[in-house]
Design a protein around this ligand. Structure first.
Ligand SMILES: NC(=O)c1ccc[n+]([C@@H]2O[C@H](COP(=O)([O-])OP(=O)(O)OC[C@H]3O[C@@H](n4cnc5c(N)ncnc54)[C@H](OP(=O)(O)O)[C@@H]3O)[C@@H](O)[C@H]2O)c1
Length: 167
């Protein structure tokens, strides 16, 4: 099993505000969709609920939602009561990648558990005054490869680049 993580962060490491994404970056969304399609996406309950109902579960992906609430149900999704239980469930999946897709609590726990093999981080060159942040991590422990550099245009409020971090 390979565990990957996909996130977009602003200049301050911010990832969300008022339980939503404070930006609309269609070419980054396209990268997210193309990368995760056909695989497994793991998200926290708040992230799940931040996705408009008509877009969830995310199509053509197995959707796993984490909640400590044992009676929580999410139509079309598997619900797990812990990250460990979720990882155990997919441990024998060699044909699919497990993508940790946030939010902040889930990213933090996945990094603390040390289970993340690679990360795709979109760095957006703008500050959005976020209220949820990606955890600090030691960049010296990761190799880096630039996947995409994108300049600001009429559809994108700021320049951004997508970096792959791997061991
Ligand atoms: N920029 C990005 O790439 C990106 C990506 C994803 C999300 N976001 C943003 O991130 C924000 C949401 O992040 P968040 O940190 O507030 O919430 P979150 O991580 O999405 O969800 C937190 C919830 O997950 C459940 N949970 C957490 N740890 C668990 C565990 N170990 N076992 C079982 N369940 C667990 C709990 O649900 P219960 O309360 O039901 O127990 C908890 O309240 C939003 O603003 C969203 O837009 C940004």
């Amino acid at each position: 099993m390979k565990i990957s993580l996909v996130v977009a962060v602003d200049k301050d490491g911010g990832i969300g505000k008022n339980n939503d994404l404070p930006w609309h970056m269609p070419d980054d969304m396209k990268f997210f969709k193309e990368t995760t399609t056909g695989h497994i996406v793991v998200m926290g309950r708040k992230n799940f609920e931040s996705i408009p109902e008509r877009f969830r579960p995310l199509p053509n992906r197995e959707n796993a939602v984490l909640s400590r609430n044992k009676s929580f149900v999410a139509s079309g999704c598997k619900v797990f009561n812990s990250l460990e239980e979720c990882i155990k469930e997919y441990a024998k999946q060699n044909d699919k990648i497990v993508y940790i897709i946030g939010g902040g609590e889930i990213f933090k726990q996945a990094l603390e558990l040390g289970v993340v093999d690679e990360m795709y981080i979109t760095h957006i060159n703008h500050s959005f005054n976020c209220d949820v942040f990606f955890p600090q991590f030691d960049t010296s422990l990761w190799k880096q490869e630039t996947i995409l550099q994108h300049t600001q245009d009429d559809r994108h409020i700021a320049d951004f680049e997508i970096i792959k971090y791997f061991k």
